[in-house]
Design a protein around this ligand. Structure first.
Ligand SMILES: [Zn+2]
Length: 492
């Protein structure tokens, strides 16, 4: 079986063949860090995460880069708001750490690098200089624009002809540009106060912030949005990569522009496969305040737990639109309970002292091999997580049926069911079986571990009284501590 993907660039289903047979270069267009992440962001993250995991499962080494856009008027707009920070960098830093916390709570595989624009201004300037030298870009009034008429393939990703293309950028840029669709690579000066006002949540101070500016050969100014991803992808991966992923909403202009400026600069194909995650839609027009609350990753994970949220997001394949509603979410919660319930029952029997009989249950063993095959076929079919989940739930049903039936258990068959759950559900789909971990529970566990560490230090230092007092305090909170040869363990 081979992995096939739907490539936005060609509009076709294609066999996935990376440039190097052993590794995959993957770039994901990350977040503009101007607010808390919501479930729509989580949808992209979880799907990219599963792509990463499946590619590793297929034996590839995955080099995964995901940027943070930390230069943007939306960030500038929040300077000085609610103690978020008194500079664009400070606000961005605040939200980067919040976003990373959310990513961790979703059990995402870490990218190799999370580059930021502020760290790549020299690379951006170099790239813009190359584009000017090669005749693909021009300076105008201290700003630099990409000349779309010079790049023959402009429009190839979004499937548009230049003649029919809409104007890009701000209206006031028009007089500086040769063609309405030309886009800014470098903008002279700071952010326009009108743009700041547009994104401000509250009132603007008397002197509105205008954001950070950097020196360049053309003016003191700021990089355009699109150029950052070209610079960072080339810096951290290569001039030509295998897989570029992002939300459906940034096919045009962002990805179209990334292709134009990168390929104009290097003469090489920028990315071979372009995959776009469809957006999360909200059912009906009514958006109640409680819905809004659930909508941040933080609240969703702490309310429902990471596993049901991942189950919900993976229930629809990445390239299909997904609708958020209380019904679709509670269906996912129910599916997770079915899957984890079957897992726990099976583990309990496999670990029981009676385990050992040599009975062979054909139906169970067939279900294990059928699930393994169907799961792989689904994932190879353009990362179809919906079908992959269906295969796992089939196994859950078969395991339950076996456990409910009269007669002796097939322990070996149950053991391989557990291994299949762990490998496909755990490693590939990123579920954590065996414990429900909402954000709150995880935080509590971290704090308990910290207290147990302190208690160990006290014991090592001979302060047994204080160590015992810590244990008693934990017990009074109904946290049972047990000392084992491998150190202390606890139960809530
Ligand atoms: Zn990007």
């Amino acid at each position: 079986m081979t992995l096939t993907v739907t490539n936005t660039l060609t509009g076709e289903r294609e066999e996935f063949v990376p440039n190097d047979p052993d590794s995959v270069l993957l770039y994901f267009c990350g977040l503009t860090v101007s607010d808390m992440a919501h479930l729509g962001h989580a949808r992209s993250w979880v799907h990219v995460d599963v792509m990463h995991r499946w590619l590793e499962h297929l034996g590839y080494e995955v080099h995964h880069v995901e940027n943070f856009t930390d230069v943007n008027e939306k960030i500038v707009a929040r300077v000085g708001e609610d103690d978020l920070g008194d500079s664009e960098r400070a606000v961005a830093r605040h939200f980067v750490s919040e976003v990373i916390r959310d990513m961790r709570s979703l059990n995402l595989k870490r990218a190799e690098v999370y580059p930021r624009v502020t760290e790549h201004i020299p690379e951006v300037v170099d790239l813009v200089e190359t584009l000017i030298e090669k005749g693909y870009a021009y300076e105008s009034n201290g700003s630099v624009y990409f000349d779309v008429t010079q790049f023959e393939d402009y429009g190839k990703l979004s499937n548009q002809r230049l003649e029919e293309m809409e104007t890009q950028g701000e209206a006031d840029e028009r007089s500086e540009k040769r063609h309405p669709a030309d886009f800014a690579l470098w903008k002279a000066g700071g952010v326009d106060p009108e743009d700041v006002a547009e994104h401000r949540h509250g009132e603007l101070p008397d002197e509105p912030p205008s954001g950070e500016i950097w020196e360049s050969p053309w003016s003191a100014g700021r990089p355009g949005w699109h150029i950052e991803c070209s610079a960072m992808s080339m810096t951290h991966l290569d001039e030509s990569i295998d897989l570029h992923v992002g939300g459906q909403d940034i096919v045009f202009p962002h990805h179209e522009n990334e292709i134009a400026q990168s390929e104009a600069a290097t003469g090489k194909q920028f990315a071979r496969y372009w995959l776009h995650v469809r957006l999360l839609e909200i059912e009906g027009e009514k958006m109640s305040s409680s819905l809004q609350n659930y909508f941040t990753v933080r609240n969703a994970v702490s309310e429902f737990g990471v596993n049901p949220i991942r189950m919900f997001l993976l229930s629809t394949a990445y390239n299909r639109p997904q609708t958020y509603s209380e019904t679709t979410l509670s269906e996912a919660v129910e599916r997770w309970e079915r899957l984890s319930g079957a897992y726990e029952r099976t583990v309990e029997v496999v670990d029981s002292p009676d385990a050992g009989s040599k009975v062979e249950a054909v139906a169970l063993r067939t279900a294990v091999s059928e699930t393994t095959e169907a799961f792989a076929a689904a994932m190879d079919d353009d990362f179809n997580t919906r079908e992959a989940l269906a295969a796992l739930l089939d196994l859950a049903r078969a395991a339950n049926r076996h456990l409910d039936a009269e007669g002796p258990y097939d322990y070996q068959g149950l053991e391989s069911a557990v291994e299949t759950f762990d490998e496909l559900g755990g490693e590939v789909l990123g579920f954590s079986f065996g414990r429900e971990s909402t954000g709150d529970v995880r935080l509590a566990e971290d704090v308990i571990r910290l207290i147990l560490d302190i208690r160990e230090h006290e014991r090592e230092a001979g302060n047994y009284e204080r160590a015992d007092a810590l244990r008693d305090e934990l017990e009074s909170l109904e946290i049972t501590v047990q000392d084992t040869d491998d150190g202390p363990t606890f139960r809530l």
